[in-house]
Design a protein around this ligand. Structure first.
Ligand code: FAD
Length: 315
């Protein structure tokens, strides 16, 4: 039977929902599921992790060096925990956090890694998207060694929070490197929902035309309680910061509702919204490829359509 260790993804004392999605993938693999929380104060994070359905144990490693999620500091501890607990699988989310961290864990353990698990065929056989989501690759990982993998969170819903796993402090013998230290975190702060986990996302593309014009996108998003995303063209043109980019080289998201304004629908953009529930596209070009994937399409000038939409939502 598999023995699975999941690395908790957290920030500012809060467990990211990507962890609950990773647990859903682990449940498909089957076996015992433990969650490892590395933090300076693990309390509230461990409590949230212990509540996730299907989790057997939450293991905490509290030390000052774990105050910030530095991959170079976390990786040797995760590798030590994996070896000490003789885990068959070590899973993390394919968020920015997991993409940075999990390959280092694999390197520390001296094993290969499977990235972006989107479906499970068996404990060592998985589906993962390739070519910007245009093809699906089935990979078989070698048996008999610890499997390190990242989970494509957009492909999994979060498990429920009705569990009550035991929380245990773990003592590890791991040497931490001295070459990497936390200096500062520069992140845009926003009262809007988080782009990667929001249920509704409103995105703007090159068609929005300027940074100033993006105000109409923000205003509409605020009206319906949505997060704001953008195409790479909008990011490259400097209309919005790059952490808002959706797509192959941006964020992969799976909101229930995705509304995009002035976005043509390039395959690299579509790669980021493949798992969205309902896609609504507003574009003035009726030939735009986005209409091929949209559930609802409106051909029109976004600057004329948006005020009407706002009014309709207001009613
Ligand atoms: P455009 O393709 O220029 O489309 C603008 C659209 O706005 C047009 O369809 C136009 O009809 C419409 N429009 C203009 N004015 C209005 C108006 N007033 N009202 C309504 N509609 C209007 N792109 C991403 O988005 N995410 C990625 O992660 C990404 N990764 C990439 C990775 C690689 C390796 C490469 C090569 C490209 C990547 N791209 C990515 C870029 C991608 O190929 C496209 O260039 C980009 O998505 C285009 O953005 P856009 O749709 O905003 O712009």
């Amino acid at each position: 039977m598999s023995k699975i260790l999941i690395v908790a993804d957290h920030l500012d004392g809060q467990l990211n929902s990507s962890t609950a999605r990773t647990v859903a993938c682990a449940a498909e693999i089957g076996g015992d599921i433990d969650i490892l929380v590395l933090a300076d104060n693990a309390g509230p994070i461990a409590e949230a992790a212990a509540g996730l359905d299907g989790v057997s144990r939450v293991l905490t490693v509290e030390r000052a060096e774990n105050a910030h999620p530095l991959a170079a500091i976390y990786a040797p501890q995760i590798a030590a925990a994996a070896a000490q607990g003789e885990y068959s699988h070590v899973l993390g989310p394919n968020t920015t956090f997991g993409k940075d961290l999990m390959p280092r864990v694999a390197a520390k353990l001296g094993v290969a890694m499977v990235t972006d698990i989107a479906a499970v065929h068996g404990p060592h056989e998985f589906e993962r998207p390739i070519y910007a989501g245009n093809a699906v690759n089935t990979v078989k990982a070698p048996d008999g060694q610890t499997l390190v993998a990242s989970v494509r969170c957009a492909s999994y819903g979060a498990v429920g929070a009705g569990g009550s796993a035991a929380v245990e402090a773990l003592s590890l013998d791991a040497e931490l490197p001295g070459h990497t230290r936390f200096v500062e975190l520069q992140a845009s702060s926003s009262d809007r929902p988080d782009l990667q986990t929001a249920g509704k996302v409103v995105s703007g593309g090159r068609g929005v035309g300027s940074e100033e014009n993006f105000k109409v996108i923000y205003d509409f998003a605020d009206k319906i309680g949505a997060a704001v995303g953008a195409s790479r063209a909008a990011v490259d043109a400097g209309y919005v910061p790059n952490d808002m980019q959706v797509g192959q080289t941006g964020k992969i998201i799976s909101p229930e509702l995705y509304m995009c304004f002035g976005i043509s629908g390039a395959i690299q953009h579509l790669a980021g919204i493949k798992d969205a529930g309902t896609i609504v596209a507003i574009n003035k070009d009726e030939e735009a490829p986005i209409f091929e994937v949209a559930d609802f399409g409106l051909v029109g000038d976004l600057f004329k359509v948006l005020p009407d939409l706002e009014q309709a939502v207001g009613k």
